[in-house]
Ligand binder design. Structure first.
Ligand SMILES: [Zn+2]
Length: 428
């Protein structure tokens, strides 16, 4: 205990300390820096927690977050993080040694001081009267290189003031500075660590023994290199590690797949390889879970991306093809609509639809039917010929008053451009 602390102690014991309120709020001795939060330096967790603050002995509700692994009032933490980042950009590593203190903590320090049996017997402010309890005070690592000089030169620009001349470590924020900060979004925001990860990402990766760089877990024995913590966790559910966003590993049920792939295929009793469901009794070998599911809706299995199986309503077709053909009352075989009363046998659903616009059915991709103006023609040919008042037969325009009977629409227009008519494919 130094001389000033002794004087204070005497003043307190004698009950005449009321004129020394500012000094009561001071620390008296520099808090011991055990440097246990070095690894968390620069990390801000904005997960807000309610606590009880005190000012002049009166309690009030206070919101506390974590900065450098130490508790700090949210406004103070925001201002501090902005200042800390600015200092870091100039090569100065500021760190909180002691931040917000609960009543129990301050009572502990006070008890140590009164009984001189802990905390070195250092002077402590009376419980309820420390600005560490009001949320305004941070004790910083001013004994480390360059920190105090930087704070003396720049702290005020960020709203931080040294309120006790003899205590170089004790800085208070009562407002001011440029504003902003990682926890300004109402808490829970994405505070960034120097390595380009959010606090949550860094903590999540740490759960797997990984560090975090640029949003992904990383490191030698890390189970999820190149994956987020969530991906690592998800792959772990399948007994896999995770590499570059894909599950991986010897007995892993989803090698080369995302955990979602593995989970989705697992619903069908399949393993997953390279994002495709796979395995002996798996109904969707070589298909994604979605393909497997979609084919299953038609009573089909799925093989290599196409629906398949004995009683399957669309073998060799995708589920979409089956569905589209089904809209015309057709089944689908190898991607073409098909079936007894199907208006488009041997045609895709699009062909059926297009021919249907002319009142035609579609056979093997050509429009067809009794009153169809384009028998033996595609819907496009039928349409082109119709622009000349022609029908279309077997790929050529046709009809009594048609100016290009026996010619395609293209031939007809080319001949017309030469001032000629068109017949049987030739300009006349
Ligand atoms: Zn302090």
């Amino acid at each position: 205990m130094n001389a000033r602390a002794w004087w204070l102690a005497v003043a307190l014991w004698s009950g005449c300390g009321s004129s020394s309120l500012e000094i009561y709020e001071a620390d008296g001795e520099e808090p011991f820096d055990d440097r246990s939060n070095i690894a968390q330096q620069g990390l801000v967790s904005c997960d807000p927690r309610g606590d009880t603050g005190y000012t002049n002995g009166s309690s009030f509700p206070i919101t506390v977050v974590s900065a450098d692994g130490r508790r700090a009032e949210i406004g103070t933490a925001n201002a501090y993080a902005v200042m800390q980042a600015a200092a870091r950009n100039q090569g100065i590593g500021i760190r909180i040694v002691s931040g917000f203190r609960t009543m129990a903590e301050q009572q502990y320090f006070w008890g140590c001081y009164v009984n001189r049996n802990c905390n070195g017997g250092n002077l402590a402010a009376r419980p309820g009267h420390s600005n560490h309890q009001s949320g305004h005070a941070l004790d910083l690592n001013t004994s480390e290189g360059g920190v105090l000089n930087w704070l003396n030169a720049h702290g005020a620009a960020y709203g931080f003031k040294r309120t006790v001349p003899s205590e170089s470590w004790h800085w208070e924020w009562w407002g001011g500075g440029p504003g902003g900060g990682p926890c300004t979004g109402g808490g829970g925001g994405a505070a960034m660590t120097p390595s380009g990860c959010t606090t949550a990402q860094a903590e999540g990766c740490g759960n797997f023994g990984c560090s975090c760089a640029s949003g992904s877990c990383s490191g030698g024995f890390c189970a999820g290199t190149g994956c987020s913590a969530a991906q690592t966790q998800a792959c772990g559910n399948f007994g896999c590690g995770c590499v570059d966003g894909k599950c991986s590993g010897g007995f892993c049920d989803g090698t080369g797949s995302t955990a979602k792939n593995a989970l989705d295929c697992g619903k069908f009793g399949c393993s997953t390889v390279d994002g495709q469901c796979s395995g002996g009794f798996c109904p969707g070998t070589g298909c994604t879970a979605k393909m497997t599911n979609d084919c299953g809706n038609f009573g089909c299995g799925c093989v290599d991306g196409k629906c398949s199986g004995g009683f399957c309503d669309g073998p060799g077709s995708t589920a979409k093809m089956i569905s589209d053909c089904g809209n015309f009352g057709c089944k689908s075989i190898d991607g073409k609509c098909s079936g007894g009363f199907c208006p488009g046998t041997g045609s895709t659903a699009k062909m059926i639809n297009d021919c249907g616009k002319f009142g035609c059915k579609s056979i093997d991709g050509q429009c067809s039917g009794g009153f169809c103006p384009g028998t033996g023609c595609t819907a496009k040919m039928t349409n082109d010929c119709a622009n000349y008042g022609c029908g279309c037969v077997d790929g050529a325009c046709a009809g009594g008053f048609c100016p290009g009977t026996g010619c395609t629409a293209r031939q007809t227009i080319d001949c017309q451009n030469q001032g000629k008519g068109c017949g049987a494919g030739k300009c006349l």
